[in-house]
Design a protein around this ligand. Structure first.
Ligand code: AKG
Ligand code: FE2
Length: 566
């Protein structure tokens, strides 16, 4: 759909700026920006800092433009006021001036009247002379100063030193918003006014944003969603929003709703979302149209159709209860004092699930240690790559996981007592051997992108038929990832929990707590119930740290049982 993409460009970015960025030598082929902002919390935070300088520059530039405009307006106002009595007196001049703000006369008769009257009025003459002798040279002087130099240099410097967000970033961010909408079932109107579930954030969107997101939905075949976004944008324009022209948004609404109707009539809809009925030609029925939900029940356990994993995951992220009271009635919380490390301050356990076990332990890690870990990780954060079946040489950028990750060394011989509290706390909570690099991996830190950063349901266990791992990932002879201990390094105000769609449970992101589970059964096979994923972050920043425990060194702490299939 060319109409949408070409539109995106010219409506969003002032033309002059495009030229600077495209032609600037610093953006040669190998230095192209990376489309990474929407996955990178730190990147966005940097951008937010840098924007302060940009705004300061723009404010300075605006003042200069205003100064220039003031000079021009001063001249024209003086002209208008001094000529007014003259127009009031003369019928023909009044007629020719046609009530223009700054009347300009071209007819010979009018010119004659003006010159005669003006020249007979000493004060008018004085003002005329003053305009030419003072005001006009002031304008000329101002024009000879290049008021654009500073802002041009600044923009060139920006293009040189900062990877500017790209159209790919914008698409990624739009996908993030659409994902949030779908997962948390947010209405398009609520999003447009900045309401996230019950939280009024005070910052919504403008019509051109609505149009951009609608276009993205269209390009990803979500036709009903696309129509809704553009329709609400159109309503905004009707209410005075000037961020996009009425003609453009109406044309886009026409194209998207026509396309929606064609899909609906084709009886083999290739779209991910359609309304049940046709959209009428005046769009007056859009608010009342209904979309059929694809599933209405959420079976647990392993089902052949993975669509249920996805629907369970979303429902759990929304905080829905999928287990019956009978299934949850024996779940308990308790204090554990049983290791030497926690005699004085016991660990606070909460069972989310008993068999297979998923526990959350609160206050596992202190705020001080969290600050320290984030500081260590920050310079090394890179966009997450996925392994497993998605792997190509060196991994690929992932759209199933929009986060940045860093690995930090917490080997036993690292002389960092604060960092070493992590493996020690794991040892006391689980009895597992947590030491990198043989018994466990080093600590992986991830921080999620600011626009719906998430991680689709997946298994942490690595070994799987058909998957080749890098040497580094496989490690030499240390076995698969038997257990995961995932620490939340931040609270997340809305969203951002961890959901286990086949167990029907979810944990909340509580800073300092850790979620613990086994990825393998006692017989060493992958536990297919342990599918899990990171819920999209709706509001807040999410950081987690993963410690993956490898199988072989745990042989005397997690023994196999007598039953083959356990
Ligand atoms: O962030 C989450 O909640 C889940 C993270 C996770 O599953 C992983 O990093 O493997
Ligand atoms: Fe995971």
């Amino acid at each position: 759909m060319i109409f949408v993409n070409s539109f995106v460009y010219y409506s969003l970015i002032p033309f002059g700026i495009i030229i600077i960025f495209i032609t600037h030598p610093s953006l040669a082929e190998d230095e192209k920006p990376h489309d990474d902002y929407y996955t990178s919390l730190i990147g966005v935070q940097n951008l937010a800092r840098k924007e302060q300088q940009t705004v300061a520059q723009l404010v300075r530039y605006k003042r200069k433009l205003e100064e220039r405009l003031t000079l021009v307006e001063r001249y024209l106002e003086d002209y208008r006021k001094s000529i007014r009595p003259l127009i009031q007196k003369s019928k023909t001049l009044r007629k020719s001036s046609l009530k223009k703000q700054y009347p300009i006369f071209r007819k010979e008769n009018d010119l004659h009247t003006i010159s005669e009257t003006m020249s007979s009025h000493p004060l008018m003459v004085f003002r005329l002379l003053r305009r030419y002798a003072k005001e006009l040279p002031d304008i000329a002087l101002n024009l000879f100063q290049d008021i654009n130099i500073e802002i041009k240099d600044y923009l060139a410097m920006l293009a040189d030193n900062l990877d500017l967000p790209t159209e790919g970033d914008l698409n990624g961010a739009a996908d993030g918003i659409l994902r949030l909408q779908e997962t948390y079932q947010l209405s398009t109107y609520d999003l447009s006014v900045g309401k996230l579930i019950e939280k009024d954030t005070g910052c919504g969107l403008v019509a051109s944003d609505m149009q951009l997101i609608g276009v993205r939905a269209f390009n990803t075949k979500k036709y009903a969603t696309s129509v809704e976004w553009i329709y609400h944008g159109w309503q905004m324009v009707k209410n005075g929003d000037k961020s996009i022209s009425m003609e453009i948004i109406k044309e886009n609404l026409r194209v998207t709703s026509d396309h929606h109707n064609i899909e609906l009539l084709s009886f083999k809809p290739s779209s991910l979302s359609l309304f049940q009925n046709l959209i009428n030609s005046t769009w007056s029925n859009i608010d009342g149209l209904y979309r059929t939900p694809l599933v209405t029940e959420y079976p647990l356990k392993i089902v052949s159709d993975t669509i249920f994993d996805y629907y369970n995951f979303n429902a759990l992220c929304r905080g829905e209860q999928l287990l019956t009271p009978a299934q949850t009635k024996n779940l308990r919380c308790w204090y554990a004092h049983d290791s030497p490390y926690n005699i004085i301050s016991p660990l606070k356990f909460e069972a989310h699930h008993e068999n297979p076990p998923v526990y959350q332990v609160y206050d596992m890690i202190s705020d001080e240690a969290i600050r320290h870990i984030k500081k260590l990780a920050e310079p090394h954060l890179k966009r997450a790559q996925v392994l497993g079946s998605y792997q190509k040489a060196g991994g690929i950028k992932s759209d199933v996981r929009t986060s940045s990750v860093a690995w930090i060394s917490d080997k036993q011989d690292v002389n960092d007592t604060l960092l070493l509290k992590v493996p020690k706390s794991i040892q006391s909570a689980t009895g597992l051997i947590p030491w990198a690099m043989r018994a466990a991996e080093e600590l992986q830190i991830s921080c999620y992108g600011s626009v719906g950063g998430f991680y689709v349901p997946h298994f942490d266990a690595l070994f799987h038929p058909g998957v080749t791992l890098s040497k580094e990932m496989e490690g030499t002879n240390r076995g698969d990832r038997v257990a995961t201990i995932m620490f939340y390094l931040s609270d997340v105000e809305l969203g951002g929990g961890t959901a286990f769609p086949r167990l029907g449970i979810a944990s909340k992101a509580v800073k300092g707590s850790a979620v613990i589970w086994y990825n393998l059964r006692y017989n060493g096979e992958r536990e297919l119930l342990m599918l899990h994923g990171g819920c999209p972050v709706l509001y807040g920043n999410k950081w987690v740290a993963n410690k993956w425990i490898r199988l072989y060194d745990q042989f005397h702490v997690r023994k196999c049982t007598k039953h083959r299939f356990e």
